[in-house]
Design a protein around this ligand. Structure first.
Ligand code: MD6
Ligand code: FE
Length: 214
């Protein structure tokens, strides 16, 4: 089995808070593989603009892989094992995804993270994610691991109240965020995507977020 070099020279670890970390460039050695697997996932379960319980169409396009996938419609937010668009199971989580997520989590102290869900978010220019908490997962003991691909995002890292001030963090192609513990339920969001197209991914940003949902 291959293993990752924990001291990958391109990786820098930034601690945002005691449970939240940015691992700059952690995914860089695996980018080609991550990108091609992402497109394979989307060829099985296509990106779609979901409807929030309040009736708004999300500007971010979403799909999932793994045993469970996050979905929203007028009935609410939840995890489901069958893709409502295709009527089939979500595509399996590619091994390179699960391994990267688990290695990133371990690097900052979350041992044996085994995600069962991976949300795949696609941002086109102008798409954004309003401030939210990730709280549809069954258990908050496990962290969330997030991988950024493509155009640079401005990520908003807030507090435990929606009105708390947020720190703006740029997330680049190949960056990985890990957050859990005391920071697991912090509000966060993504500012409207803008700026130059990415040399490899073009006019989009794709974000993979790994969770233990069930
Ligand atoms: C995104 N990410 O970066 C959206 N949630 O496109 C998230 O909503 C997120 O990056 C929890 C933990 C890390 C994240
Ligand atoms: Fe989130």
């Amino acid at each position: 089995m291959e293993s990752y070099d924990l001291f990958e020279p391109d990786t820098q670890l930034h601690c945002l808070s005691s449970g939240a970390f940015v691992l700059r460039g952690f995914a860089l050695p695996h980018l080609d593989h991550l990108v091609s697997e992402t497109y394979d996932v989307a060829s099985i379960s296509p990106f779609r603009h979901m409807i929030t319980p309040g009736g708004f169409t999300m500007s971010v396009a979403l799909t999932n892989c793994g045993m469970l996938g996050w979905t929203t419609d007028r009935r609410g937010y939840r995890y489901v094992s069958v893709d409502p668009v295709t009527g089939s199971s979500w595509p399996a989580m590619p091994a390179v995804f699960a391994k990267l997520a688990s290695e990133a989590a371990a690097k900052v102290g979350f041992k044996e993270f085994q995600p069962d869900a991976c949300l795949v978010n696609r941002y086109s220019p102008g798409a954004r994610l309003t401030m939210h908490q990730d709280k549809n997962e069954r258990c908050y003991e496990e962290p969330i691991v997030s991988v950024s691909l493509g155009m640079t995002a401005k990520f908003l890292f807030g507090g435990h109240e929606r009105s708390d001030p947020a720190t703006k963090i740029p997330l680049f192609h190949g960056d990985v965020m890990v957050w859990g513990g005391v920071d697991r339920l912090r509000y966060h969001g993504v500012m409207p995507l803008r700026g130059a197209p990415h040399s490899v991914m073009g006019n989009q940003r794709i974000n993979l977020t790994f969770r233990k949902a069930g």
